[in-house]
Write a protein that binds this ligand. Structure first.
Ligand SMILES: [Mg+2]
Length: 370
């Protein structure tokens, strides 16, 4: 018999953290050189605790650090005092109370699940079922930039063993095509995911896709080619081209996913827990599996805390075809120790409890909800 009182949530803390990127992260919809994130620590009656992270990307989700810190106390209050044994109920409660603040939801969900798994003494991927526990390779992102610089960056990743590049496009079709061509010429064993971050009109997206086909560039997926609401554009691109189409910004919720599937608009869904939360990502993953749609998993500009939770879904649920879990490699700091590791592009499973991570530094200014 599990003593359930040990699992009650007694304290939830949050503090801001600045995570500089090694190089500016430029995509069609904006750019970032420092991630202004927030760490969360959730403590149980037993003394066990877990970590989470809010990773707002203002140009993509509209949230920023100040808004997340302001929303944190009320969101934390809604689960305070409850038992994490009822984790799914708590996750759905959080989803209701943070509808417009997905990164707040994700930070609290991750901390809650980490604390639960630590108290139970299991790695987080065990909670999801351990369906696909093995080493996996991630892609690496090449942001938009001057051609020579992007090729030099690609060569450096290639030398470290990376063989799948996520090329950010959506800025200018001709330049984008030249960049992909040049990277392929420099790194001949690679395959590509193109991510336009909503930057193209339908005609531009079609032009980009046709150029890729004409030049025989090995593009595995074309992600978010057009605007979030342009579902007809997705459908038309899928009909015309041979490259699988993925939705990212177009899928922020289970309803979004259902709508895209009903209209046969996508081949691949890109899940991000910072975008959809953990509970809703679980539901979307189930829907995708039932519908025969492929899954990608990615993230915003986040540390190994959030990415560790995402990686746990890959290991635990199975069924993820494309891994875009490179973000911690693009940061110039690693604020945590322990947990999963990278060897070149290979993500290693871990066997510590929860996420298996500890903070390298104790925070100075903390908001406490207790
Ligand atoms: Mg994307």
């Amino acid at each position: 018999m599990i003593r359930s009182d040990k699992f009650g949530i007694v304290t939830i803390e949050a503090w801001p953290v600045e995570l500089p990127l090694s190089a500016p992260f430029v995509v069609a919809s904006g750019s970032m050189s420092v991630a202004h994130n927030i760490f969360v620590r959730l403590t149980l009656q037993s003394g066990a605790y877990g970590y989470g992270e809010m990773a707002p990307f203002p140009d993509i989700s509209g949230e920023d650090q100040a808004a997340c810190l302001a929303a944190f106390p009320a969101a934390a209050q809604c689960i305070l005092g409850q038992s994490v044994l009822n984790w799914r109920k708590l996750l759905y409660q959080l989803a209701e109370s943070t509808r417009e603040m997905p990164s707040v939801r994700c930070g609290l969900e991750t901390a809650l699940l980490d604390a639960l798994c630590r108290e139970m003494g299991i790695p987080m991927w065990v909670l999801w079922g351990g369906a696909d526990v093995r080493v996996r390779q991630t892609d690496v992102t090449l942001p938009i930039g001057p051609l020579d610089q992007v090729v030099a960056t690609a060569r450096a990743w290639y030398a470290r063993g990376f063989r799948m590049f996520k090329m950010k496009v959506g800025h200018d079709v001709d330049e984008d095509v030249r960049r992909v061509e040049a990277v392929y010429a420099a790194c001949p064993q690679t395959t590509f995911i193109l991510d336009a971050n909503q930057g193209f009109s339908f005609e531009e997206a079609r032009g980009c896709m046709e150029a890729m086909e004409r030049l025989h560039l090995p593009v595995m997926v074309f992600e978010q080619p057009v605007a979030r609401e342009n579902v007809e554009g997705f459908v038309a691109l899928r009909r015309r081209g041979t490259i699988p189409i993925a939705a990212d910004e177009s899928v922020r919720s289970l309803d979004d996913a259902r709508c895209l599937l009903e209209q046969r608009a996508v081949d691949v869904l890109n899940l991000k827990i910072t975008k959809c939360g953990v509970a809703e990502s679980l539901d979307i993953a189930g829907l995708a599996r039932a519908s025969g749609i492929k899954l990608m998993i990615g993230g915003m500009v986040e540390s190994r805390v959030t990415m560790g939770c995402s990686w746990s879904l890959v290991l635990g649920l199975g069924g993820f075809e494309f891994l875009d879990l490179d973000m911690p490699l693009l940061l110039s700091v690693d604020p945590v120790q322990g947990g999963y590791g990278y060897e070149g592009p290979a993500l290693q499973p871990w066997d510590g409890s929860g996420l298996g991570m500890e903070m390298r530094n104790e925070p100075s200014s903390v908001i406490v909800v207790e």
